[in-house]
Design a protein around this ligand. Sequence first.
Ligand SMILES: Cc1cc2nc3c(=O)[nH]c(=O)nc-3n(C[C@H](O)[C@H](O)[C@H](O)COP(=O)(O)OP(=O)(O)OC[C@H]3O[C@@H](n4cnc5c(N)ncnc54)[C@H](O)[C@@H]3O)c2cc1C
Length: 393
Amino acid sequence: MSAASSQLWLPDSDLAAEEAAFAQRIRAFAHEKLAPHARAIDEQRLFRREMVTDLGKAGILGGPLPASIGGGNWTPMQLAIAHEELGAVCGNARGFCAVQTGLVTQCLHRFGNPQQQQRWLPGLMSGATIGCFALTEPEAGSDAASLRLRAERRGDRFVLHGQKHWITNGGVADVAIVYATIDPALLKQGITAFLVETNRPGLRREPMPGIELGHRGSDHAALTFDGVEVESSAILGEIGSGFTVAMGGLHAGRLSVAAGAVGIHRAALAATVEFTTQRQQFGKPLASFQMVQERLADMLTSLVQNRGLVHRCARRRQAGTETTADLAMAKLAATEAAAVACDQALQLHGARGYSSAHVPERLLRDIQALRIYEGSSLIQKTMLARALTGSAK
Ligand SMILES: Cc1cc2nc3c(=O)[nH]c(=O)nc-3n(C[C@H](O)[C@H](O)[C@H](O)COP(=O)(O)OP(=O)(O)OC[C@H]3O[C@@H](n4cnc5c(N)ncnc54)[C@H](O)[C@@H]3O)c2cc1C
């Protein structure tokens, strides 16, 4: 897919002039710094440290944070725009930002004390430091409140025992937000967030077994805590507030995941328009056949629909009226629609779509994780049903 074609299907018309200019800036960055590596890091399963430095230098890692602490003061619309642009070009870069900024930095900014913020935020925003968000455990996925990683109090210290897995950046992070329970009998009220330096004795980090379907240029690790000691000053928020910290991060992060899905959808459509207008069969371009046109029309219609849902969330977040249901709907609809669009893109590329030499197969692999993490599609549906009926039980 050429740079020109991936810009073709950005209906910027619903953006204010300064938002459109912002989109152009992030798009130019993505095409200059990310696009040249996007295919290679996927094929080589390579986490590129330079990508982090570039994202930091471009002000993207600190984007949503206030200017008073060196951030970019982005509005929620700018956040959505940035993640759409990154998602359209490199799912690994977008996924990295979703964790580093969307989860780690924003949780630190929201719940950290001044000492914690001074210590970690500058490096996380510049890219000198990498963070990870360690919530999921082998026996606690969608049901995160059932986590078992134990934090035993010993004087003014805590000792951590247990396991996390599927932690993005887990193998390369300098600092981890680790969710642990001080007493499983307390259920959610026992969950506490700790800021843990990853070089602490007793912390073992291993790559996830197997080969991931997508996000192959990202780092996913299993973390084993075997008596890792942390001071009580490492608590992020309060003892027992960890579930609120985690859900606060995930709630905020869903906007960027939904926007990233719109970016993937857009890239799938752009590649398909380019391909079907050039490829000739039966003496004509593929795009001149009505059944192909129908698919292109469906892909465009659902792209614009889902982009609208994402922008609606962003505007509501700006106005302070965003609800859990708004985000659940946007994440659910945008990720599911993008998966359909990627599948169509692959089919319309024929055998070429089946190869990493063309972009649809990477998009189709990458989109799958967005339907799983930060609350799977079925979990978004349970949240929507609960909002509708009030019955969570
Ligand atoms: C690429 C990638 C990156 C990730 N990065 C991180 C990270 O950085 N940090 C982190 O903590 N975790 C991370 N995760 C883990 C992710 O958050 C979990 O995989 C996710 O929460 C789902 O948990 P699970 O895999 O254990 O599936 P399960 O919870 O076992 O669910 C399996 C299936 O059952 C369905 N299901 C579960 N409960 C219900 C229910 N009540 N009703 C209906 N259906 C249900 C789910 O929708 C799913 O389809 C990552 C995962 C991936 C794939």
